[in-house]
Design a protein around this ligand. Structure first.
Ligand code: ATP
Ligand code: MG
Length: 323
């Protein structure tokens, strides 16, 4: 077993990253089409810890945070305290959305991740001088640990925080597929181009093109959404388009909001019962996309704000030009 790695990411907040990451974990664990359920691990890279909460519930999550069995606990032990823990020892089997014949695993995060990320950057930058080097260290650590986890799972899903942090960059770099939930409105689309470029830069050294896949979410029947969608589909269909798009569009549906608001009770059941089969359709498209052979790399896109750090720091760190 060698897991495929999927990142669910977007610089924009509140577009449905966590909803999609959790729903995907659930559908893949149930089994897509006639395929038996997969062993799915979700790694929460967001200090808001929504995915951790939705999958673990408050009691189990509090206990995991108490024991330091979180992504931030792992990073702090490794980078600040110089210990050598294994990320696989932080894997927790969830019970909220899992059943007897379906298992979902999670490496949770906690609000402490925000502090640990800052501590880590100031701690490492005092030693290595360069922020870009810091990001390379985090990336190499994650890639190394992922390699060890891949043998135990079929799919590893990252739920990313909004924005582009060192951790998100590392996850993008390690991913076979990047899923970008996007609301088809003007503001959400503003950041999409920049985000797609940063996905390109994060995989600059790979011989294969990893074009991100946009998922239209919270789609309304307004004229504005319709015209934005048409523009997005045109971009996705172009040979040198910055992204591809899933055929599925997820409508703005109140039950999704209700499900995530009360996930410890009715919410978990609502997710499980998705009568429309919408997330099952998404999972089928994701399986196809993550198993499709990647084409060779295209020429690099024009840099957006380079050489400022932040947009594509890994690139500079790896070519040794950073100070
Ligand atoms: N298709 C949809 N229809 C209606 N509500 C939705 C839909 N998708 C997501 N939501 C709701 O929108 C809110 C934001 O979703 P979610 O937390 O998944 O976004 P996010 O991108 O992960 O946010 P953040 O950037 O804060 O991590 C949640 O309340 C969720 O229930
Ligand atoms: Mg989220």
């Amino acid at each position: 077993m060698t897991a495929k790695v999927v990142s669910v990411a977007n610089m924009k907040g509140g577009v449905g990253k966590t909803t999609v990451a959790v729903a995907l974990a659930h559908e893949l664990a149930k089994g897509v089409g006639a395929k038996p359920g997969e062993r799915v691990l979700l790694i929460d890279l967001d200090a808001q810890a929504n995915a951790s909460f939705w999958l673990s519930g408050d009691e189990a999550l509090s206990e995991l945070i108490e024991r330091g069995k979180t992504v931030d606990g792992f990073l702090e032990d490794t980078i600040i305290f110089g210990k050598t823990p294994q990320l696989k020892d932080y894997v927790h089997q969830t019970t909220i959305l899992s059943g007897a014949d379906m298992k979902i695993f999670v490496i949770p995060s906690s609000p402490g991740l925000r502090i640990v990320e800052r501590e880590m950057i100031s701690f490492l930058s005092r030693r290595t001088r360069s922020l870009l080097e810091v990001e390379r260290v985090v990336s190499e650590l994650l890639v190394d640990q992922l390699e060890k986890l891949k043998a135990d799972f079929d799919v590893i899903i990252f739920d990313s925080a909004p924005g582009i942090s060192a951790l998100t960059e590392a996850a993008l770099r390690a991913s076979d597929l990047v899923v970008v939930p996007t609301v088809p409105d003007f503001i959400s689309n503003l950041g999409l181009e920049a985000f797609c470029k940063s996905v390109w830069w994060s995989n600059k050294d790979s011989p294969e093109e990893r074009t991100p896949f946009v998922l239209a979410n919270m789609v309304k029947t307004t004229e504005h959404h319709k015209s934005m969608l048409a523009e997005m589909r045109e971009e996705a269909g172009a040979e040198d388009g910055a992204f591809k798009m899933f055929a599925l569009e997820i409508p703005d549906m109140p039950w999704i909001e209700e499900a995530t608001a009360s996930v410890n009770g009715a919410g978990a059941r609502a997710f499980a019962a998705d009568a429309s089969g919408l997330f099952a359709k998404l999972a089928a498209e994701v399986v196809e996309a993550m198993n499709a052979p990647a084409p060779p790399r295209r020429p690099r896109p024009e840099p957006l704000h380079r050489p400022e750090p932040g947009i594509s720091p890994i690139v500079e760190a790896t070519n040794g030009s950073a100070h």
